[in-house]
Write a protein that binds this ligand. Structure first.
Ligand code: MSP
Length: 526
């Protein structure tokens, strides 16, 4: 029976360039949680998509000599290809140019218009096209030529022509937002981001311009067709579209899924998700998403990786060298999700060899080989005292530790909990020395017990690694004569010690993670 709905989103990405390591990072994180929640019995929905409106995308299309729509259409395959390559098991792919999304945006803002939360005013201020963000002059920085630049991306900003815009009375929600943060201490994670948001709101909220009339690449506002929705007033509503808001084809689903559980975002867009978005929801009378997790940036040599900086290495380049599972494992386990993290080829090779080739992969090879050698490739009978071996003890605690870590979005801790069992199983084999037991027919039962326990540990490790590494886990289960690990819906039940049936065929197979040598890799991440 389902444990109920679990709904999680990545941001929807601007389509000015194909996904890079930074955008893939958010997406792999959300997918890892979603895979775990599916295996833990939740009716899980993972949404991702493309943010297609706004001036930045329109400018990119123009530079490419295409209409904005043609440009966006041409980018959809680029996004889907990368997500398929990285085994992102998404349920909803939202494009802001989809008619269903235009319906969401129009219905939502019309509702706020009717409720009296909007007014027309003149926008006097500055705008950064790259960040798609409005700035007051006091927020800006100046470059060496004395030109005002964006405090985020340091590009020159544009001065508004003082055009008429529609404004959302966001300032009215200051106290309500502060009370909400207070009552929901877990809403913004990690806690450092929470403090930034609280201080920002305390310093005073301004009303928000939610429409543009100087250009037309956006969703027209139904009550004033000369205006299109500001790109964030459009994009944030993708979460409603993904949950089935006002969708006649998905009756009842929105009501069942809203409020959703998690928005995964980078730290640069926490403010949009934790100030503007909840204020919009409060105005419309909807509950707020349960949690927003603002992860850090991937850095190379201390600098943020970005599409525009084009550090060059794309997800497919790393997948070619390491394989998709090791790619996912490295980013999830080695870069603590809330913090900025330096990535490098040296470190990636190091983690790959230590954790995957030498620990987990090595365990599978040696145990499966010994099963071939000593038991003709068949799982031996389980020992009578199964529950009393050291591996069973570690396994007994694994669901609890792992579940806690995943709920805290601590991928590093969750992966480490699984690795602990893999290391322990390697030590167990060293200590038990099956190659000596095999020489003494009087110790045949002991040999069978050691091999059974080691195989059972492999089954359980593969089970818990599946959200991180769906392919090698599926392969391990297949080699153990078991079904599809990614189709499990009761991970806790499956983790019970002793479920590996004696008599199952065990296939040796090739190494799951062949050792890599940094000198042989023709790829540079700098
Ligand atoms: N379109 C908006 C999001 C709208 S959601 C309603 C947007 N798009 S984006 O393509 O610019 O970036 C999306 C995400 O990628 C952000 O969460 C951002 O933090 C993340 N990353 C971009 N570069 C990154 C790194 N170098 N490292 C980690 N994540 C980074 O913003």
């Amino acid at each position: 029976m389902s444990k109920g709905p679990f709904t999680i989103s990545t941001p929807i990405y601007y389509v000015n360039a194909a996904p890079h390591l930074g955008t893939a990072y958010t997406t792999v994180g959300a997918d890892t949680i979603a895979r775990f929640k599916r295996m833990d019995g939740y009716d899980t929905l993972l949404m991702t998509g493309m943010d297609e409106h706004g001036q930045k995308v329109a400018d990119t299309a123009e530079a490419k000599g295409m209409s904005p729509q043609e440009w966006c259409d041409s980018m959809e395959p680029a996004f889907r290809e990368v997500w398929d390559l990285l085994d992102i098991n998404y349920d909803e792919f939202i494009r802001t140019t989809q008619p269903r999304h235009a319906r969401t945006v129009q219905k939502f803002w019309n509702d706020l218009y009717e409720k009296g939360w909007l007014y027309k005013g003149r926008y006097e201020g500055w705008y950064c096209v790259h960040e798609e963000t409005y700035y007051a002059e006091s927020d800006l920085e100046k470059n060496e030529d004395g030109v005002f630049v964006c405090p985020e991306c340091h590009r020159p900003v544009q001065q508004s022509s003082g055009e008429e815009n529609w404004f959302f009375k966001m300032s009215a929600f200051q106290d309500q937002l502060l009370a909400f943060y207070d009552e929901h201490p877990d809403y913004i994670q990690p806690v450092t981001r929470r403090n930034e948001v609280v201080n920002f709101v305390k310093s005073g909220l301004k009303d928000l311009s939610i429409s543009r009339s100087t250009f037309d690449w956006g969703v027209p506002l139904p009550f004033d067709e000369g205006h299109v929705a500001y790109v964030w007033a459009d994009a944030l509503l993708c979460y409603f579209t993904g949950c089935g808001y006002a969708d006649p084809a998905r009756e009842g689903e929105f009501e069942a899924r809203w409020p959703m559980n998690y928005h995964f975002v980078g730290k640069d867009i926490v403010r949009f998700h934790c100030v503007i978005w909840p204020a919009m929801l409060m105005a419309a009378g909807y509950p707020i998403t349960q949690k927003v997790f603002g992860h850090g940036f991937l850095l190379t040599k201390g600098e943020k990786m970005s599409k525009s900086k084009g550090n060059g290495v794309m997800p497919k380049d790393l997948v070619r060298v390491f394989g998709v599972d090791a790619y996912r494992y490295y980013f999830m386990s080695d870069v603590q999700f809330g913090h900025d993290g330096n990535i490098s080829m040296e470190r990636m090779v190091q983690v790959y060899n230590a954790d995957l080739a030498n620990t987990w992969g090595n365990l599978v090879s040696r145990v499966f080989n010994m099963t071939g050698k000593y038991f003709d490739g068949v799982v031996p009978a389980a020992p009578a005292s199964a529950a009393e071996n050291p591996l069973a003890k570690i396994a007994a605690d694994l669901y609890r530790t792992y579940n806690e870590a995943m709920n805290a979005v601590d991928f590093t801790a969750a992966a480490a909990a699984v690795q602990k069992l893999a290391s322990a199983a390697n030590h167990y084999i060293e200590d038990a020395a099956p190659w000596n037991l095999a020489k003494d027919p009087a110790r045949a039962d002991e040999l069978a017990a050691v091999i059974y326990n080691a195989l059972e540990a492999c089954r359980i490790i593969a089970l818990f690694f599946a959200p991180f590494m769906p392919n090698t886990s599926a392969e391990t289960w297949r080699r153990l004569g078991l079904g599809d690990v990614n189709a499990v819906t009761d991970i806790e039940g499956e983790a019970a010690w002793g479920k590996l049936p004696a008599g199952n065929p065990v296939e040796k197979g090739d190494p799951l993670f062949p050792r890599l040598n940094l000198d042989d890799i023709d790829l540079n991440m700098d």
